[in-house]
Design a protein around this ligand. Structure first.
Ligand SMILES: Cc1ncc(C[n+]2csc(CCOP(=O)(O)OP(=O)(O)O)c2C)c(N)n1
Ligand SMILES: [Mg+2]
Length: 570
C-alpha cells in the first residue's frame, strides 16, 4: 500500500492523473465551454509527460458513448466519457441506456455550467452559462445509471472517483454519472496525494448458494428435454468454454435468443439456433442464462408444467419495471464460477442412457435446422433486391475467424455464425438505434489488429449520424468495414404494423406512412467523402467480390469501407 503524491496546479490535472492511475486508458469526449480546465490540463500533460487518459474526440455524444461501449465490450475495461453539461447529457442518454441494459461499466461524466456568476476561477463568462444550468441535470438519467454524484471539491476527488469506479464495475456492471462543475475543476490544488493502488475495490459477484445449485441439478436431471436459452452468457469469455462443456456433456440444446455476445460457438453440436419457440413445446426444463427475454410469451410460451431456472448476476432483471417469465428457481451469481459447480452436481445424478438418447435426438434436430438454413440461403441467393440472408452468408464467407462482428440487428446470425468468444456483439437489448457504427469504431480501438465489421440497417446507420461516424473512423485512424443492409425502410416498423394488423389498412396500402425511407443518400459516397472506400451493390452475384474489395481496403489500404447493399423489404 503506498501513498503517492503529485505536484499539480488544480483539480482538473489531479482528476486526469487519477483516472490514468486507476487504469482508464481513454476519455471519449464531446467538448464545450465547461471543458476549459481539462483542455488546459491535457495540453500541460502533453508537455510534461504526466500520464493521463488519451482524449478521443467524438463529434456527437451518441457516438462518444457508443465508441466507449464498443471499447468496453471488447476489452472489459472501464472507459471514461465526458460530454457538455445538460445538453450533452441529453444527447448521451440513449447511449447510456444501451450501456446500462448491457451492464457495461462506464464513467459517464459531464461538465456543469459554472455555478457562480463572478469571482471564482471558472465563473460564468459566456451567455450560455445561465440557460444551460438545470436544477437537476442528473435527473435525466438517474433511473439509468447505478450511481450519480457531483464533484464538489478537490479534497474529495479520490473518494468520489474510487467510489464511482467500484460501483460501476461491481457486478452487474453499468454506467455511473458524475458531473464536474467548472469552478471545481479550475480550483487550485497544489498537491494531490492518493492511495496507489486504490483501497476501494469493487465487490465480487455473489457465489451461488450450494443448495440452489443442487436444486437446479435436480430439476435438470429429472427433465427429459432440458433446454438452455441465453443472450449474454458469453459476456465473460471464460463462460463460453464452460457452457460448451456443460452442454456437450449432458447433451442439452442451447438457443441464443437475440444474442449480444457469442455464448456458444455456432458450430457446436448443441447449438440449436436463435429462436427457442420451435423447442418450447417439448421442453420440460429451461435454464435461462443471462437472458432478459428468452421467448416472447404472447407468441409462444413453454408448457405450464415446464420448470424454469433463471441464472445470472441479476437473474430477475430488477431494473426492468415488468418482467414476469415463470421462475421456479433463480440463481444469482457469475456463470464463470458457478457453471463448473452445476456441471459437477449434474454429473452425480445424470444417467448415461438418458444423455445418449438426447444426444441422438439433438443431432437430428440440428441437422434439420442447419439443412433448413442452407435451403433458405440457396433459395434466396439469386434474389434481387438482395435478401438479407444471402448478404449475411456472404459476410460469413469473407470474414476471418477472429473478425469482430458488430450487429446493429440486420445481420442474420444463422447465416453468419461465429465460433470464437469475443467475435460477436449484438446491439443492446434497449435497442437505442445509432449504436453500431460508433461501437464498431470503439471495438477497433480495442483490437487494432482485427477486422471489425459493422452490419447496420439503412435506418440504424442514419440514427448513428454517419458523417460523424466516418469522420471519427478517419480522424482516429480506426478503419472499419461498414455493411449497410439497405431496404430503404424502417422494416421493423412495417413488421410491427403487419403483426398487429395483418389485414388492416396499412397491409393493403402500397405505401403506408412512416415506414419508407425515400431518397436515401448514397451512403457509399458519404464514406468516400471521408476518405474511405465505398460501393453500392445491387447484384447478389456481385456481393462476394465487392466484400472482398472492401475487406482489402480496410485490411491492406487501412481505410474504412462501406458497402451499400440494396436489399429487399420485409
Ligand atoms: C433511438 C431509437 N429510435 C427509434 C427506434 C425504433 N426502431 C426500431 S427498429 C427501427 C427501424 C430500423 O431500421 P433499419 O435499421 O433500416 O432496419 P430494418 O428494420 O429496415 O431491417 C426503428 C425506427 C429505436 N429502436 N431506437
Ligand atoms: Mg431498413
Amino acid at each position: 500500500m503506498a501513498l503517492k503524491e503529485l505536484a499539480v496546479d488544480n483539480v482538473a490535472e489531479a482528476y486526469l492523473a487519477l483516472l490514468a492511475e486507476r487504469g482508464i486508458e481513454y476519455l471519449f469526449a464531446n467538448a464545450g465551454t465547461d471543458f476549459a480546465p481539462l483542455v488546459e490540463a491535457f495540453a500541460k500533460a502533453a508537455r510534461t509527460g504526466m500520464p493521463v487518459p488519451q482524449p478521443v474526440l467524438a463529434t456527437h455524444e451518441n457516438l462518444a458513448l457508443s465508441m466507449a461501449h464498443g471499447y468496453a465490450m471488447v476489452t472489459r475495461r472501464v472507459p471514461a466519457v465526458m460530454v457538455h453539461v445538460s445538453v450533452g447529457t441529453a444527447n448521451g442518454v440513449c447511449g447510456a441506456l444501451n450501456a446500462a441494459r448491457e451492464n457495461v461499466p462506464m464513467l459517464f461524466t459531464a461538465g456543469r455550467s459554472p455555478l457562480t456568476e463572478s469571482g471564482l476561477p471558472g465563473a460564468r463568462d459566456v451567455y450560455i452559462h445561465w440557460a444551460q444550468e438545470m436544477f437537476d441535470q442528473a435527473g435525466m438519467l438517474r433511473e439509468i445509471v447505478k450511481w450519480e454524484y457531483e464533484l464538489r471539491n478537490g479534497q474529495q476527488l479520490e473518494t468520489v472517483i474510487d467510489r464511482a469506479l467500484a460501483i460501476a464495475t461491481t457486478p452487474p456492471g453499468g454506467p455511473v454519472y458524475l458531473s464536474l462543475p467548472r469552478e471545481v475543476l479550475a480550483a487550485p490544488l497544489p498537491r494531490f496525494s492518493y492511495d496507489s493502488p486504490s483501497r476501494r475495490a469493487a465487490a465480487a459477484p455473489p457465489r451461488v448458494d450450494k443448495g440452489a445449485i443442487d436444486e437446479a441439478a435436480r430439476i435438470l436431471t429429472s427433465a427429459k428435454n432440458p433446454l438452455i436459452v441465453t443472450a449474454s452468457a458469453g459476456r465473460d469469455p471464460a463462460v463460453v468454454e464452460a457452457l460448451a462443456d456443460f452442454a456437450q456433456r449432458f447433451a442439452i440444446p442451447v438457443v441464443e435468443h437475440r444474442p449480444r455476445h457469442l455464448s456458444l460457438p455456432a458450430g457446436h453440436p448443441c447449438h440449436l439456433g436463435y429462436d427457442a419457440s420451435p423447442f418450447l413445446d417439448d421442453a420440460d426444463a429451461i435454464l435461462v442464462l443471462e437472458c432478459d427475454v428468452p421467448w416472447i410469451p404472447s407468441l409462444k410460451a413453454p408448457r405450464p408444467e415446464c420448470k424454469v431456472i433463471h441464472f445470472g448476476v441479476d437473474p430477475l432483471f430488477s431494473r426492468y419495471p415488468i418482467r414476469s417469465f415463470p421462475c421456479d428457481l433463480a440463481l444469482t451469481g457469475s456463470l464463470a464460477s458457478a457453471l463448473p459447480d452445476l456441471t459437477a452436481a449434474l454429473h452425480r445424478h445424470t444417467e448415461g442412457s438418458v444423455v445418449s438418447e438426447r444426444r441422438r435426438r439433438l443431432a437430428e434436430q440440428r441437422e434439420t435446422l442447419v439443412a433448413g438454413w442452407q435451403k433458405t440461403c440457396e433459395g434466396v441467393a439469386g434474389m434481387r433486391p438482395i435478401h438479407m440472408a444471402w448478404a449475411s452468408a456472404c459476410i460469413a464467407r469473407v470474414k476471418p475467424e477472429d473478425a469482430i462482428i458488430v450487429n446493429e440487428y440486420t445481420l442474420m446470425p444463422e447465416h453468419c455464425g461465429s465460433n470464437l468468444s469475443g467475435t460477436y456483439f449484438g446491439s443492446s437489448t434497449a435497442s437505442g438505434l445509432g449504436w453500431g457504427g460508433g461501437a464498431a469504431i470503439g471495438a477497433k480501438l480495442a483490437a487494432a489488429d482485427r477486422l471489425v465489421i459493422a452490419v447496420l440497417g439503412d435506418g440504424s446507420h442514419l440514427f448513428g449520424n454517419p458523417v460523424a461516424v466516418h469522420h471519427a473512423s478517419a480522424m482516429h485512424k480506426l478503419p472499419v468495414l461498414f455493411v449497410v443492409l439497405n431496404n430503404s425502410m424502417w422494416g421493423a416498423v412495417r413488421r410491427a404494423t403487419l403483426g398487429m394488423y395483418p389485414h388492416g389498412e396499412a397491409a393493403r396500402s402500397n405505401k403506408p406512412p412512416l415506414i419508407d425511407l425515400d431518397e436515401l443518400p448514397a451512403f457509399e459516397a458519404v464514406c468516400a467523402a471521408a476518405g474511405g472506400y465505398g460501393e453500392r451493390v445491387e447484384d447478389p452475384a456481385a456481393l462476394p467480390a465487392a466484400l472482398e474489395r472492401a475487406v482489402r481496403a480496410v485490411t491492406v489500404e487501412k481505410r474504412q469501407a462501406l458497402l451499400n447493399v440494396i436489399c429487399r423489404g420485409v
